[in-house]
Design a protein around this ligand. Sequence first.
Ligand SMILES: Cc1ncc(COP(=O)(O)O)c(C=O)c1O
Length: 379
Amino acid sequence: MNNIPRRLDAYRVPFVKPKEHYLRLKPEIDGAFIGCLKNGDLIHRQQLLDFEKHLSAYVGTKYAIGLASGYHALLFGLMAAKVGPGDEVITVAHTFAASVSAIVHTGAKPVLIDVQDDFNMDVTQLKTALSNRTKAIMPVHLNGRLCDMDQVMDFADKHRLAVIEDACQALGATHGGTMAGAFATGCFSFYPFKSLGGFGDGGALTTNDPDVARFATLMRYNGEDRATGDFFYHGHTALLDNVQAAVLDVKLRHFPAWLEHRREIAAIYSKGLAGIPGLSTPRIDGGKNRDACQNYVIRTVQRDSLRAHLTAAGIETLVSWPKPLWEHAGLSLGKPNLPKTKAICQEVLSLPLCAETTHEETQFVIDSIRSFTSQCPSP
Ligand SMILES: Cc1ncc(COP(=O)(O)O)c(C=O)c1O
């Protein structure tokens, strides 16, 4: 069987445009990349330190530690909070598996709660999920929207719980002026299709706590303090590659402009799709939040037929995720009763959105959705 996915340029409106993205920045990226290769700057060199410095300044934390993936940031964040066997960590099931796997790999038990209409943690459920084994909360800022961090932090303070923010989809999102990843231990992913993406896997942990920063710095290098050569833990091989850091540092300079572009495209979608019966659009920039628009996710019970209609029109879409995590038997997550999460899996559809998505493409997507909904009004 041929499992190679359709080429991205086979779509009239691709979901993301990695080739165009690269070509746009080619001289800067090539300069950074070839600079590393020419100088042999491959592991833990100045480019990594520079990127960490710029990332921490952007997020507003004292430290940013470059790691091999967002998963490693989550794992080290939990381990730094001494989460381990016998402990429970409260999080959501409507997330990428890595959030929950990081908890499982510490030996702790994930306690899954439901989400609200913005796809983020329903903080009113924290109380019922709390037990005398609860050690931490992992809010997931999905699609570039921050959770209600005032409530999460209040609850955590009251019950002396650690907070590990899964900000893998939320670089640049703010709540009350504070950036994702600056409320507690922040975990970011630079997977290629994230709004700040490398040419492979990558991630970072952000924190104001020097002990957490040191722990992640040692853990990413097999537990070794590089200055002394002493090993303090059984660690991991999980350093952000120097060449990736060099490229990410170039991209970070452009990131604020891309963020504004994403917000602009999201606003065009919201205006163009307003008022369609049975189709809901995300609430962007509500209340104290300013979203980073990692994904623009619409919701309709006709999701599958709408998706087929858009694919036929040459529009690439994404479903995150078609079934709840607990229905993947291999993950052994039991059978939590989370009706909102379950319904979402059958109804959500992410529309094309990247730094290169044009106004014309956005309008074409809107027109195609409207042509579908006028032919197939909601039941
Ligand atoms: C919400 C969320 N959490 C965690 C991760 C894991 O990040 P990574 O793929 O860099 O390990 C991702 C990445 O897709 C994500 O979207």
